[in-house]
Design a protein around this ligand. Structure first.
Ligand code: 4AD
Ligand code: MG
Length: 431
């Protein structure tokens, strides 16, 4: 049998006979000629067979083969200008590895719940393959961004005794008689590490027991968080806009094929270059009121508010200096207005909402301790965190980027569930 190759590499084998090992995506046959769409994970190719070119056994197998059966096809590589890969395969020999009976996902439309129940099979569909490839590439782009700039990767723990982002969204579990929680963010563990390494980041799964059933919320999502010693809120905003413009512009090049498969109109993404507009919380409230919203100063933005704010701009917008009362306990107060926190959110265009949340952190020991107490947190569990303020404390800042929200925005898929292989949603733990 000739050498097995991947569909993506067909171009290097024009005129040769090769073997492709994959699955049958789709089939059309007239009795005189058969067209099989083959996929192998790297791409799809059309394989054309006639009774004259293949032996009788192969021709019969082509007649019987069902959708998503695993199939090995040997044939000659021919240029074909109509094919997305530029090539087609002239079939010579067919072998069936496994015949798949009644594949549940047919090319016709299915409801979302049905597709989510079959997520383990839905993964094979071309749109899902494209979206998860973008995810994979975006992760690589993000990691390289920090690695290339000298940030040190610090893996934060998943099981923790503390809460970071409020106590209402914690998943608790028993840790040999002690109470433990699934992490909501690696931030508290990055802060000590940035005093050791200067610039650090973590990237891992985070958990929020949120009762929100929206297209922007997952129960388990991945967050990338940088943390920098001696950095101010302004430094964090500068890093955030440089990072996001880099990710989007690099993804436009590296994910060109996948974005075409997903029919993503990329003109809005091409505009995502720094600097991004920066507005004070007060100005964001003004935008909402001018848009006819009955919005009270001091409240937090909901998804609808974020969309209205983002519509005033042609690229992501940074909103800074939020009321302390709606933000986390660890945020540095604004020295000019004590009721505000040195916090920032980055809101993506096109309704994808908050993609980044960050702040300057409190570096004064006594202030942090009083905030821990005011927030009803058990200070016993935060002694190690307070140590950062006992030994060589400095101002420091960082943020967290929600990976799935960024991937949803780049791919243009409407719901976060298509940007993570096995989404955990309110009411869904399977598959
Ligand atoms: O704004 P958040 O809650 O910030 C933190 O967790 C900080 N401790 C991060 C830091 O400063 N190191 O979450 C950060 C980002 C949000 O902007 C959003 O993109 C994403 O995480 N996020 C979610 N993504 C999907 N589903 C959810 N339920 C999310 N909650 C937050
Ligand atoms: Mg936030």
């Amino acid at each position: 049998m000739p050498e097995s190759i991947y569909i993506v590499d067909l171009g290097a084998h024009e005129g040769e006979t090769v073997t492709i090992r994959g699955w049958l995506y789709n089939k059309r046959s007239s009795g005189k000629i058969a067209f099989m769409q083959l996929r192998d994970g790297t791409g799809t190719v059309q394989a054309v067979a006639t009774p004259q070119d293949v032996d009788e056994t192969s021709w019969n197998l082509i007649g019987e083969v069902t959708q998503e059966s695993s199939i090995i096809v040997t044939g000659s590589v021919r240029a074909d200008s109509r094919s997305p890969t530029g090539f087609e395969l002239g079939v010579e020999l067919v072998e069936i590895v496994h015949m798949a009976p009644d594949y549940p996902i047919s090319p016709k439309e299915h409801g979302t719940e049905f597709l989510m129940d079959h997520r383990h099979l839905w993964l094979r569909s071309s749109s899902q393959v494209a979206a998860l490839r973008v995810r994979s590439k975006v992760i690589h782009i993000c990691r390289s961004y920090y690695h290339d700039r000298g940030f040190v990767l610090i893996d934060s723990p998943i099981l923790t005794p503390t809460s970071v982002e409020g106590t209402t969204t914690l998943f608790s579990t028993d840790y040999f008689g002690e109470n433990a929680y699934l992490t909501q963010s690696g931030q508290l563990y990055l802060e000590p590490a940035c005093m050791a390494h200067g610039r650090v980041y973590c990237f891992g799964p985070t958990f929020r027991a949120e009762k929100s059933k929206t297209r922007r919320h997952l129960i388990e999502f991945w967050m990338l968080e940088p943390e920098v010693a001696y950095a101010t809120l302004d430094d964090a905003m500068e890093l955030a806009e440089d990072f996001i413009s880099h990710v989007v512009q690099t993804a436009l090049v590296e994910c060109k094929y996948e974005l075409e498969v997903l029919n993503r109109d990329t003109t809005t993404l091409e505009r995502v270059v720094k600097p991004f507009p920066r507005i004070h919380y007060d100005e964001a409230v003004e935008i909402l009121r001018e848009a006819g919203q009955d919005f009270e100063w001091g409240a937090d933005f909901g998804g609808g508010h974020e969309t209205i704010i983002s519509e005033a701009f042609d690229r992501p917008v940074l909103v800074h200096r939020f009321p302390q009362a709606i933000k986390a306990f660890y945020m540095e107060p604004d020295p000019e207005r004590e009721e505000l926190a040195l916090a920032m959110d980055m809101i993506a265009p096109e309704g994808y909402g908050e993609i980044i949340g960050g702040s300057q952190r409190i570096h004064d020991h006594d202030l942090l301790l009083s905030r821990i107490r005011e927030n009803g947190l058990n200070e016993k569990h935060y002694q190690w965190y307070l140590d950062v303020r006992r030994y060589g404390s400095v101002p420091h800042s960082g943020f967290g980027m929600g990976l799935e929200r960024v991937v949803a925005w780049i791919t243009g898929v409407p719901h976060l569930r298509e940007t993570i292989p096995y989404p955990r949603l309110l009411g869904r733990l399977t598959p």
